[in-house]
Design a protein around this ligand. Structure first.
Ligand SMILES: *Cc1c(COP(=O)(O)O)cnc(C)c1O
Length: 223
């Protein structure tokens, strides 16, 4: 089933859109099945779970972290992670940068602005995000061990498509404004990670370069 589901999703994606298979809560057998069907990029939202899966699955998998990352779990994630998509605060960003400096690594990240209506969601305001990019591109060159790859975001959890479109449009604006305002960074800052199983078709209309799809590939999650 997983192979068939993957093929269905792939058939709907333009060539320039990368598929992240979101495998959180799913057993390693399911990830292996997706791997055997050619999938190489997986998204997980828990540090311990991702580490355990990383240890038993093939080495050429690219692991993307997509959840709220606690600073005390960085060492469980950063040694092998390919992209931290969900950098949602300056505090976390600084901690990742420090870990990178101490370990001689440059970490690829996406910044996660908060645009959805929910109160509880983490994330930067647009102005906090531009402050970070200001500091990164200033003469003092803050965040020397971070490579800023773009923006990750989520739309409000709703059936109202106009709200989803408003949120994706806001995320696209932030991405484009940042690329324009920080041209020295634009070469790296190419990714816009928006779109999940229920809304990725809409996200693609708003310039998504990465879709994060779980349930449509692996089936519903039973938490
Ligand atoms: C779970 C999750 C997804 C995938 O959601 P589906 O609806 O199962 O496709 C995408 N992004 C993030 C951040 C997630 O936590």
């Amino acid at each position: 089933m997983i192979k068939e589901n993957l093929n269905v999703v792939r058939a709907t994606l333009p060539d320039n859109v990368t598929l992240i298979a979101v495998s959180k809560t799913k057993p390693v057998e399911d990830l292996q099945e997706a791997y055997d069907a050619g999938q190489r990029i997986f998204g997980e939202n828990k540090a311990l779970e991702m580490r355990d899966k990383h240890q038993v699955l093939p080495d050429d998998i690219k692991w993307h972290f997509i959840g709220h990352l606690q600073t005390n779990k960085l060492k469980m994630v950063l040694p092998y992670v390919s992209l931290v998509q969900s950098v949602d605060s300056e505090r976390l960003l600084s901690a990742i940068d420090s870990w990178g400096a101490a370990n001689g690594k440059v970490i690829d990240v996406l910044l996660e602005p908060h645009v959805a209506a929910e109160e509880t969601k983490q994330g930067f305001t647009a102005s906090e995000l531009y402050d970070v990019l200001d500091a990164a591109t200033s003469a003092e060159g803050k965040y020397g061990n971070i490579r800023f790859k773009g923006i990750m975001g989520m739309a409000t959890f709703t059936d109202d498509e106009s709200v989803i479109r408003r949120d994706f449009s806001a995320l696209l604006d932030i991405h484009e404004n940042a690329r324009t305002a920080y041209p020295s960074m634009a070469e790296d800052f190419t990714e816009l990670s928006i779109g999940m199983s229920d809304d990725y078709r809409i996200a693609i209309e708003y310039g998504s370069t990465m879709v994060r799809i779980g349930s449509m590939i692996f089936g519903e999650r039973n938490y």
